[in-house]
Design a protein. Structure first.
Lengths: 111, 115
């Protein structure tokens, strides 16, 4: 089993739709969690950290369920500019080699 | 501007040639990382360094070498021993937030192609 798994995608949704991405991780000792966004042929950029209580940033909502080892990202009112690959990232908490990246889920928002 | 820079943006390697990718950061971050990304795949860790003059192998270190002589700089050399070097190479550095949470930030990447 991979350490971090994500919905395989791609997701093709119309503008204005709500879309949810799911991510599971295998290491129960993982300490912190992130969603990154990666545009085609660009570097990943931090979208948001994920906190135990859940957190929201505008149209984006992230949730963490430690018991189920599950992270989600919800995007409301999708924009064309949201089209990208979304990477789930887990910090295992070990010193140094501690960030594990999921394979990503590609989103295309269609006009 | 504070940030991470990588150069060159594109690099072409001939068979049997060693090439070096540059990564510089002025964020005063202690830890730096090199990842490789192949088309349609996730990031894989090549090497990382937590402090100057110290570095550790990641998951796919074979055929690569690094140095960390300065805090700001973490160059990656792709040696001739790396038989399939064509990929997108990403450098990252890590900061600690006031709440103790670590966050990684990435440079713009170098795309390496073999001629």
């Amino acid at each position: 089993r991979k350490e971090v798994e994500q919905d395989p995608g791609p997701f093709n949704v119309p503008e204005g739709a709500t879309v949810a991405f799911n991510c599971t991780y295998s290491n129960s000792a993982s300490q912190s969690f992130f969603w990154y966004r990666q545009d085609c042929r660009k570097e990943p950029k931090l979208l948001m950290s994920v906190y135990s209580s859940g957190n929201e940033d505008g149209r984006f909502t992230a949730q963490l369920n430690r018991a189920s080892q599950y992270i989600s990202l919800l995007i409301r009112d999708s924009k064309l500019s949201d089209s990208a690959t979304y990477l789930c990232v887990v910090n295992k908490g070990d010193r140094g080699q501690n960030f594990v990246f999921g394979p990503g889920t590609r989103l295309s928002v269609l006009p | 501007d504070g940030g991470i820079t990588q150069s060159p943006k594109y690099l072409f390697r001939k068979e049997g040639q060693n090439v070096t990718l540059s990564c510089e950061q002025n964020l005063n971050h202690d830890a730096m990382y090199w990842y490789r990304q192949d088309p349609g795949q996730g990031l894989r860790l090549i090497y990382y360094s937590q402090i100057v003059n110290d570095f550790q192998k990641g998951d796919i270190a074979e055929g690569y070498s690094v140095s960390r002589e300065k805090k700001e700089s973490f160059p990656l050399t792709v040696t001739s021993a790396q038989k399939n070097p064509t990929a997108f190479y990403l450098c990252a550095s890590k900061r600690y937030s006031s709440g103790g949470q670590e966050t990684q930030y990435f440079g713009p990447g170098t795309r390496l192609l073999v001629l």
